[in-house]
Design a protein around this ligand. Structure first.
Ligand code: PFF
Length: 472
């Protein structure tokens, strides 16, 4: 089938709000709840948070808008959307790699993401059984060790989680993805607010605020700045195909600029709220360090829950929240490849997502074994799990983001671009009334951020960060 015949074959979201919920669902996930707090903890707090927000605003938001533009213009899977837009722009085929790289990065991320989400599922059961009540740090670490040292347990949970993703993605855009996010996202927000209230009442909220917002610039290295940028890309789900795929299902009349700002606002808000919740709880129990690393959520938090009032039930709610957030993100990692397989082979959605889940399951075994039988197998000091995480977040996503900003900024056919972004011309920075093509329009600001600020920042941070990682 030609790309033109395929365009729009997957359908569109019911409304702009469904897109907002789906994109927020993709953005808000383990990156906000599990990674953000421990990476902030490892990098000393406030200064890192500041750099993270600067990356979000100056690089993340413009690149996310560019990704949605590409998706909505292409109306296909990222691979075929890029093919369509590259053809329409009369540009080199090398730009089509953006689509391929995104789909591959998505599957690689999903392979280790499903393993961590599986830990979340296990902890729902663990906390429900009451085994963390009154637990100390040592016992919590050995409980976590019992889980990660057992390939069988990890594989069971990883399989269940991937099955949950299959269930949603095989249902298609409206009945699968759309319906799932319309239920999951409101639930997620209610639980998050409930957890925040609990953290304020029972945790050490002041210490958490101090830790997240007080800053010491001296604690920042280039590697930390690279990490902050990688984290901004990861938590916004940009630099790969997920947002492009979701953009392809966006109603034609919805404003891309406004919508993306709403999504990134929600994403940052959740990262901050998650940080406040987790550190309030962590600081309320003496002897727990914020720099506990990836185990922060699975070792330190259960200790805290075990000693707090109603901690057991609250702990169960917390891990349900983690799994919901991970689920609504994981489906966006599977969707780009699924849409492409349907377009390319004519498979049904079910067959396409089943084949991909099988493929991801196999790659995921590498991450499963990184915690037990294969923990000594290291390349350049990384286990397979750490390597995949570093490679995707700190290398693939920034390179994808750079390529997207250069393509949309300089290469994409201007008519295609303006068709998607015309509404931004109506908002002038200086005038309240619409002023088409005013040089102060938000589109000009966006153009400038996309063409110069984002590529220069990504390249500089990338080179310095990699250099720093090699030297240290
Ligand atoms: N944004 C998700 C999170 O913060 O957990 C992770 C993610 C989802 C990254 C989808 C990339 C992606 F395409």
């Amino acid at each position: 089938m030609s790309i033109n015949a395929n365009r729009g074959m997957h359908g569109v979201w019911l409304s702009r709000w469904t897109f907002i919920m789906a994109a927020t669902g993709s953005a808000v996930g383990l990156g906000n709840l599990w990674k953000f707090p421990y990476v902030v903890g490892n990098n000393g707090g406030g200064a890192f948070v500041l750099i993270y927000f600067a990356c979000m605003l100056l690089v993340g938001v413009p690149v996310m808008m560019a990704e949605v533009v590409l998706g909505r213009e292409g109306r296909n899977s990222p691979i075929n959307s890029m093919k369509y837009v590259v053809k329409g722009s009369d540009s080199g085929r090398v730009w089509q790699l953006i689509g391929w790289m995104g789909v591959i990065a998505g599957l690689l991320i999903l392979s280790f993401y499903a393993v961590i989400a599986g830990w979340g599922l296990h902890y729902i059961l663990e906390l429900s059984s009451g085994s963390v009540v009154g637990i100390n740090g040592e016992s919590a670490a050995s409980l976590f060790g019992e889980l990660t040292s057992s390939p069988a347990k990890l594989i069971v949970w990883q399989t269940i989680f991937l099955g949950m993703c299959l269930l949603v993605v095989s249902g298609g855009v409206k009945k699968g993805l759309g319906a799932a996010v319309e239920i999951l996202m409101p639930l997620l927000f209610i639980m998050l607010v409930a957890m925040l209230i609990y953290a304020i009442l029972e945790g050490n909220f002041i210490a958490a605020c101090k830790f997240l917002f007080e800053f010491d610039i001296a604690s920042l290295s280039w590697r930390a700045i690279l990490e902050a940028m990688g984290l901004a890309f990861f938590t916004l789900s940009i630099g790969m195909g997920a947002i492009m795929a979701y953009g392809a299902y966006m109603p034609a009349d919805a404003s891309i600029g406004k919508t993306v700002l709403i999504v990134s606002f929600f994403d940052s808000l959740v990262a901050i709220i998650a940080g406040l919740i987790i550190f309030s709880i962590v600081f309320s129990t003496s002897g727990i360090e914020p720099s506990a690393g990836p185990g922060l959520m699975f070792i330190s938090l259960p200790v805290a829950f075990g000693s707090m009032p109603a901690g057991q039930s609250i702990g169960v709610i917390f891990f349900v929240l983690v799994v919901i957030a991970a689920w609504s993100s994981a489906i966006s990692l599977l969707e780009p490849a699924t849409a492409w397989l349907v377009e390319a082979t004519g498979f049904t959605r079910f067959m396409a997502s089943l084949s991909l889940v099988g493929f991801v399951w196999i790659i995921g075994l590498g991450s499963v074994f990184s915690f037990n039988v294969g923990e000594d197998f290291k390349l350049a000091g990384f286990t397979i799990f750490d390597g995949l995480d570093f490679l995707t977040s700190n290398i693939f996503l920034p390179i994808g983001g750079l390529a997207i900003s250069l393509f949309v900024g300089f290469v994409m056919n201007r008519n295609m671009l303006l068709r998607q972004m015309i509404d931004l011309d109506c908002y002038s920075l200086t005038l309240k009334t619409p002023s088409y093509c005013s040089i102060f329009s938000l589109r000009v600001l966006w153009d400038w951020l996309l063409r110069f600020v984002a590529p220069i920042a990504i390249t500089a941070i990338f080179i310095m960060g990699i250099y720093d990682s090699i030297v240290s």
